[in-house]
Design a protein around this ligand. Structure first.
Ligand SMILES: Nc1nc2c(ncn2[C@@H]2O[C@H](COP(=O)(O)OP(=O)(O)OP(=O)(O)O)[C@@H](O)[C@H]2O)c(=O)[nH]1
Ligand SMILES: [Mg+2]
Length: 419
């Protein structure tokens, strides 16, 4: 099964919580704070690898969760970090946001790594919050909780040359003649159902050639296997347009040629502007009859090579021309990533609940975000914290929930009295 598009669900690890603890031993009744920090959550990392060439694995495994950081321990112990998850994707895998269709990253090169999601930071234990005035801090920070995200993976083959043409014109035969690839070849239409790649060597040069399923009239509107596979030659530098010049199936080679070009154009202007070399295949069938070749040459003003993928006639000339042309063409560039922030759409929110002892507990991403940007040890910073809480309407919300002056409030691990 060839799969070139998949949607996966990923989640980085939560940060572990910092803890509240005080040193105790036989001789020390009230030791200093020794609550350790939480560990960092694991990241979700993508790795481009030539070991994989389809996205089929993601049909079966769609969920990836990195490990959570462990909570801190007594005696200044930092919690263990969560384990990263490395997801192997084929080279040429473009990662997109399903909501905005923005390109997050193009996994272009073998070995390329990309951190898709960062694990949540661990919270600080109470060991961090002791000051000369507050020797027994009774609070610690929570770790950051991460959210599940969806991304779309789309495989866009990276090849130097794309082979296009009608079904049965000999594209796969040509690929097997010039490269190490062993595609299926047979005398019927749509033998090739998924792109085949082959590495072609010519003296000291190499290039990658992609053979795709045959196109027919109306492919751009879904006829035959449709034009879906043209995506796999979008990133080529050069097209080799194969024509059955023998007309062995009773079609006119010139009409075939124009028809395929029309389909390319309908798919994308860029594709029709791509340099083309025309390979007139199955010349062996024509024998001495040069009439169809001359007729084609009169009408088409492009580099034309007469070949037989079957007998290998003209193959060397074709390769020479292909490599000569490639030298003049710019390298393939990865697709540009667009500015994208996974968390941009996350609404910062909070909830208020009442504890058994009557105190109020305020929790949520808004509180986490405020508290993390504040150093509670520092007076000015703490004043900023108070100001933000007011500005965001948390104080009003507390009063609306029935809180009164003098009530205790727990907010992001900080305990204070409403005044
Ligand atoms: N006589 C002759 N037959 C050829 C030549 N090239 C290919 N063939 C035959 O044409 C038929 C189709 O070849 P394929 O290579 O499968 O054609 P294709 O273009 O890949 O076809 P699809 O994958 O269906 O699009 C096979 O029977 C080949 O043996 C050639 O140069 N001369
Ligand atoms: Mg084929």
């Amino acid at each position: 099964m060839f799969v070139d598009r998949a949607k996966i669900v990923v989640k980085a690890g939560n940060g572990g919580d910092g803890i509240v603890s005080f040193y105790r031993d036989k001789f020390t009744q009230k030791g200093g704070p020794d609550g350790g920090d939480g560990g960092r959550g694991g990241d979700i990392i993508l790795l481009a690898s030539r070991d994989v060439n389809t996205l089929v694995d993601f049909k079966f495994q769609k969920h990836f969760r990195a490990g959570n950081g462990e909570n801190g321990g007594k005696n200044h112990c930092t919690g263990a970090d969560g384990e990263d998850i490395i997801i192997k994707v084929p080279c040429g895998c473009v990662v997109k946001d399903p909501l905005t269709d923005k390109i997050i990253v193009d996994m272009f090169e073998e070995g390329q790594k990309y951190t898709l999601l960062k694990g949540g930071s661990g919270g600080k234990g109470n060991q961090n919050f002791a000051t000369s005035r507050r020797q027994a801090p009774n609070f610690a920070q929570k770790g950051i909780l991460t959210k599940e995200k969806e991304v779309v993976l789309e495989l866009k083959t990276i090849a130097d040359v794309g082979l296009v043409g009608f079904p049965n014109v000999g594209k796969s035969t040509l690929l097997s003649a010039i490269s190490d690839a062993k595609p299926k070849i047979a005398n019927y239409h749509f033998t090739t159902l998924a792109p085949n790649l082959g590495v072609v060597k010519y003296y000291d040069q190499t290039c990658v050639v992609a053979d795709i399923p045959g196109l027919i009239e109306g492919a751009s509107a879904g006829a035959g296997l449709g034009h879906e596979f043209l995506r796999h030659i979008e990133r080529t530098r050069l097209l080799v347009h194969l024509v059955d010049i023998s007309g062995s199936e009773g079609r006119d080679p010139l009409e075939d040629f124009e028809l395929i070009n029309n389909e390319l154009k309908t798919y994308s202007q860029k594709l029709i502007e791509r340099p083309q070399i025309v390979a007139l295949n199955k010349c062996d069938i024509l024998g001495e009859n040069r009439e169809p070749i001359e007729r084609f040459r009169q009408k088409v003003n492009l580099p034309i090579v007469e070949i037989s993928a079957f007998t290998h006639k003209g193959i060397d000339e074709l390769l020479r021309l292909v490599f000569e042309t490639l030298k003049t063409l710019p390298a393939i560039e990865p697709e540009k990533a667009e500015e994208f922030d996974f968390d941009a759409d996350d609404e910062l929110s909070y909830t208020i609940r009442r504890d058994d002892d009557g105190s109020f507990i305020v929790e949520g991403s808004l509180i986490d975000s405020i508290i993390r940007s504040v150093n509670i040890n520092d007076y000015e910073s703490f004043a900023y914290f108070n100001k933000r809480i007011k500005e965001e309407g948390v104080e009003d919300a507390l009063y609306a929930r029935g809180a009164k002056v003098g009530d205790t409030v727990h907010l992001g691990g900080v305990e204070f009295t409403l005044e």
